[in-house]
Design a binder for this molecule. Sequence first.
Ligand code: A2P
Length: 277
Amino acid sequence: MVMAGGARLTLNDGRMIPQVGLGVWRTPADDAAVVVRTALEAGYRAVDTAAIYGNEAGVGEGVRASGLPRDEVFVTTKLWNESQGYDRALRAFDKSVERLGLDHVDLYLIHWPCPQQGLYLESWKALIRLREEGRARSIGVSNFAAEHLERIISETGVVPAVNQIELHPRFQQASLRAANAAAGVLTESWSPLGQGQILEDPIIAGLAAKHGVTPAQVVIRWHVQLGLIVIPKSVTPARIVQNLDVFGFALDTNDMAAMASLDTENGRIGPDPASFG
Ligand code: A2P
């Protein structure tokens, strides 16, 4: 029997993370509890939220409503840009766990490096303290370029568990994936379905027909086979179920090559981390 939540990956701090989790960016606050509960009942064991999403309270409610023991659910949230800095990050974390109604999170991420603010190193030191206190079991970053990663690692000696970045077939991020891997950082894909925009692609549709699955399943399976953590967002119960059901088929070498061919220079959908925030 497949373990609930599908495959797991081992983080560089020795803890395990479910490879496929539920993303809730743009999930309305009022829907979050039901969506999260639906996902957990469908076998998901990880949820990815953020302070800025405005739905942490609903996420916590959904986790509690599932009836699952707390240690079976991996909850990620993130520090928003305006809360960067050592003291502000600590206070922002307190507010996030309060909204979630949890005493700890499994993973806490710096949401964006905001290099113009020049505070991400101080924020990182706050996350290190939260990990030492056991309130954030693992810590990491999001949208960090290789140079930002290098800086926090060389200044503190603490390697982020993950770097969560925009990554989908039209924006495959090969060099940043390699930089993460070289540092011992797992890559986590946000907007893994390209916000749904890539699901009409004829190559992906062809692979879906070949394997008797949906385009979304092809794309999620591609992330899984690249060794990425992936957090597809859906508020639609049938899609939520479908998006976790990617462990019963495999893309072969030719399929992976076809997926690789979809990469583009300018495939970024979201903001550029070099200037955002
Ligand atoms: P919805 O939430 O209305 O079900 P991403 O994770 O890349 O941000 O993509 C999320 C978008 O993709 C949402 O618009 C979501 O729609 C849609 N989506 C998620 N899963 C599927 C699926 N299995 N099939 C089609 N569209 C999907």
